[in-house]
Design a protein around this ligand. Structure first.
Ligand SMILES: [Zn+2]
Length: 563
C-alpha cells in the first residue's frame, strides 16, 4: 500500500515544487520593477536601431521595406540568425521590443532569486506541506496563554495542561503483556502482513521489547551482565532527563533552558532547533526502561513527551512528517522509533496511526535509487541516517505495523553499496571502514537477517571486539554495544565489562548534573546534542541488557525469563 502511494506522492511533491516558486518570482517582479526600468534605460541604445522599421514592412509599400523583406526572406532561407534577428528587430514595433526586453529582464531577475527560492521552498515542502491547516493550528495552540505556568521561559509552546485527546484512547495495558501476540488480535487487519522476506528477519518478532517489563528485567540484568550499580545509574539518568523536560512536554538539546535547570548543568548542545530529535532522545531511555505513558513512575513525563511528538507531526500525502530544521531526517527516524516502541509496548490505539504514518514517511523518504536515507527525503543515503530509519522500521515491525518488503529490500542494497571487506566493515556514503559506520552497518545487517554464522559478520564483530569501547564516541558505543550484545559470548562479556564500568564511573554525581553524562570531543553528537545527547545514549547503552531481546538467542522467550 505504502509503496504504491509513493509515485503519487512523488508527483504531488513535484507539483508542489513549482507552486511556491511563483511567490518569489512575483516578489522579484515588484521589487525589481525600478531596477528593471533602469536596466531598460541602459538597454535603450539598442532600440533606436529598431526605430527605422518601427511600423513594419507591410504598412510602408516603399522599396526599403520590400528590400528588407527580401533580405529577410533570403536570410531566413540561408540561415543567418544574427542578421535575421537584427532585421526582425528593425521591423518590430518599438513597444514590442520594449516588452520583450522587459520580459527578458524580469525572467532574469526571477531566475536570479531561484536558487534561494528552491532551497527555501524545499524546506517548506518538507516541513509544512499543509502549511495553512497544520501550522496555524499549532501556532494557535502555541500561543494559548498557559494558566499556571511560568511564561518567562523561552518557550511559548506550553501544552502540559492540555489533556491529550488523541493519544490516550485504549485502556491501559501492562508492559509485561505488551508484546504478547494475542493482544494484537483486536486490530488484526492492521497488522503487518507476514511474508517471506520479513519472516526470515530474526529480530522482526513481536516480543523483541518484552524484556523491558519489570519482571523480565531483573533477570535479564543479572543474566546479561548488568549490575545494581548500572541499574542505579539508569535510575539517576531517568531522573535527570525528567527534570530537563520542558513545560510543553518536549526536550531541547539546549537543556539549560529547561525551567528547572536554568543553566545549572553545563554543556548545552548547539542544535537548538531540533526539538523533535531532542524530545525523541529524551523519551527513548524511558521506553528502554519499560516506562510508558500507561505505566511506571514516569507516566506523565512520557505522556507529555509523546503528546509533543504527535502534535508536531505534519500530515502529508507522503505520511506523517517529523522532519525539522537542524535534526532533519535524524529527527524523523528517532521520533518514529519512539512512536513505534510506545505503540508496541502499550498497544494504545491512539498511537497506531501516528506510528504507521511515521513509517510511511520513512518509506517515502527512501532514496528510490540507492535505497538509503539522508538529511532530506529521497536524497542519496548515508549510513548514519540510514541506521535510525532501519531501527525505526524494525521497531515498527515489532509493533506489527506495516513495513513494505520493498523498503527493506532496498535498504539491503544500500548496505551493500557502503560495505567493505564483503560486509565486515561499512563506510559513510561509500565503501569504508569507519568505527561508528561499521557498528551501524553490522547492527543493520543483524536486524535485516544476517545469521550468526555469516562469515562477514564474524569478521566485523572481531574487528569491533579488537577495537573495544571508545572513551568518548557515544555514537560508536551505542551501536557497537548492541552488536556485541546480540552476538553474545565471550566477546560480549569482555566488551560489556569495559563499557558498563566506564559509564557507571563517568556519570555526573553532583548538583543538578547528577545522573547525566558529557563526553567532550568524542563524536559530533556531543557538540551538537550536548549533555542531553550524551545522557540519552549512555543510558540506552546501560539498558542494553533488557532494551531489546538478543536476536540470536537459542531458546524461546519463556526460557529466557524463568519465573
Ligand atoms: Zn540541569
Amino acid at each position: 500500500m505504502v509503496d504504491e502511494s509513493v509515485p503519487e506522492g512523488q508527483s504531488k511533491a513535484a507539483q508542489a515544487d513549482q507552486l511556491p516558486e511563483a511567490e518569489p518570482a512575483v516578489a522579484a517582479e515588484t521589487k525589481g520593477s525600478a531596477t528593471a526600468a533602469a536596466a531598460t534605460a541602459s538597454a535603450a541604445p539598442a532600440r533606436p536601431v529598431a526605430k527605422g522599421g518601427s511600423d513594419g514592412a507591410e504598412k510602408v509599400p516603399g522599396a526599403k521595406p520590400t528590400g528588407a523583406r527580401r533580405q529577410l526572406d533570403e536570410r531566413e532561407q540561408f540561415g543567418e540568425p544574427s542578421a535575421w534577428i537584427r532585421d526582425a528587430l528593425r521591423q518590430t514595433p518599438s513597444w514590442l521590443v520594449s516588452m520583450v526586453v522587459h520580459m527578458v529582464l524580469l525572467l532574469g531577475l526571477a531566475l536570479l532569486t531561484l536558487p534561494e527560492a528552491v532551497t527555501d521552498e524545499l524546506r517548506q515542502l518538507v516541513i509544512a506541506p499543509e502549511k495553512d491547516e497544520q501550522l496555524d493550528d499549532l501556532e494557535e495552540l502555541d500561543y494559548e496563554p498557559p494558566e499556571d505556568i511560568d511564561v518567562s521561559t523561552e518557550l511559548s509552546a506550553v501544552e502540559t495542561e492540555i489533556e491529550p485527546t488523541d493519544v490516550e484512547i485504549s485502556p491501559a495495558d501492562d508492559v509485561e503483556a505488551a508484546a504478547v501476540a494475542v493482544e494484537l488480535s483486536d486490530f488484526g487487519f492492521e497488522r503487518a502482513p507476514r511474508n517471506d522476506l520479513l519472516a526470515m528477519v530474526g529480530a522482526y518478532t513481536g516480543d523483541g521489547l518484552s524484556g523491558r517489563g519489570t519482571k523480565a528485567r531483573g533477570g535479564l540484568v543479572k543474566k546479561y551482565g548488568g549490575t545494581p550499580a548500572s541499574e542505579k545509574a539508569v535510575a539517576a539518568a531517568l531522573k535527570w532527563l525528567a527534570e530537563h523536560q520542558f513545560y510543553d512536554g518536549g526536550w531541547s538539546f539546549k537543556h539549560t533552558r529547561a525551567p528547572s535547570c536554568g543553566g545549572q548543568c553545563r554543556n548545552p548542545g548547539r542544535l537548538e532547533d531540533a526539538r523533535i530529535g531532542a524530545t525523541a532522545m529524551g523519551l527513548l531511555p524511558f521506553l528502554g526502561a519499560g516506562q510508558t505513558h500507561k505505566s511506571g513512575k514516569y507516566k506523565a513525563t512520557v505522556k507529555n513527551g509523546l503528546y509533543f511528538l504527535v502534535t508536531k507531526m505534519k500530515r502529508t500525502p507522503q505520511g506523517g512528517n517529523l522532519w525539522e530544521p537542524g535534526g532533519r531526517m535524524y529527527s524523523h527516524g528517532l521520533a518514529s522509533i519512539v512512536l513505534c516502541e510506545a505503540y508496541a509496548m502499550t498497544h494504545d490505539k491512539g498511537l497506531h496511526q501516528p506510528a504507521q504514518a511515521a513509517l510511511n514517511f520513512i518509506c517515502y523518504a527512501q532514496d528510490p535509487v540507492g535505497g538509503g536515507w539522508r538529511y532530506e527525503p529521497r536524497q542519496k543515503g548515508d549510513t548514519s541516517v540510514v541506521g535510525w530509519q532501519i531501527m525505526a522500521l524494525k521497531s515498527g515491525h515489532m509493533a506489527y505495523l506495516r513495513v513494505p518488503p520493498i523498503t527493506v529490500k532496498k535498504a539491503f542494497q544500500f548496505l551493500d553499496s557502503v560495505q567493505a571487506d564483503s560486509g565486515a566493515n561499512y563506510g559513510y556514503t561509500g565503501p569504508g571502514k569507519g568505527d561508528a559506520t561499521t557498528a551501524i552497518g553490522l547492527l543493520c545487517r543483524m536486524y535485516l537477517g544476517w545469521k550468526k554464522d555469516h562469515p562477514s559478520l564474524n569478521r566485523g564483530v572481531e574487528w569491533l571486539s579488537n577495537k573495544g569501547p571508545s572513551k568518548g564516541n557515544m555514537y560508536y558505543n551505542y551501536y557497537a554495544t548492541q552488536v556485541m550484545r546480540h552476538w553474545g559470548g565471550d566477546e560480549w562479556e569482555k566488551w560489556n565489562g569495559v563499557m558498563r564500568d566506564q559509564l557507571v564511573n563517568s556519570q555526573a554525581r553532583g548538583g543538578h548534573e547528577a545522573g547525566s553524562w558529557y563526553m567532550p570531543g568524542g563524536d559530533l553528537g556531543s557538540r551538537e546534542g550536548g549533555r542531553l545527547y550524551c545522557t540519552s545514549m549512555a543510558t540506552m547503552v546501560l539498558e542494553v541488557y533488557y532494551r531489546h531481546l538478543p536476536i540470536y538467542r537459542k531458546k524461546s522467550t519463556e526460557e529466557d525469563f524463568p519465573e
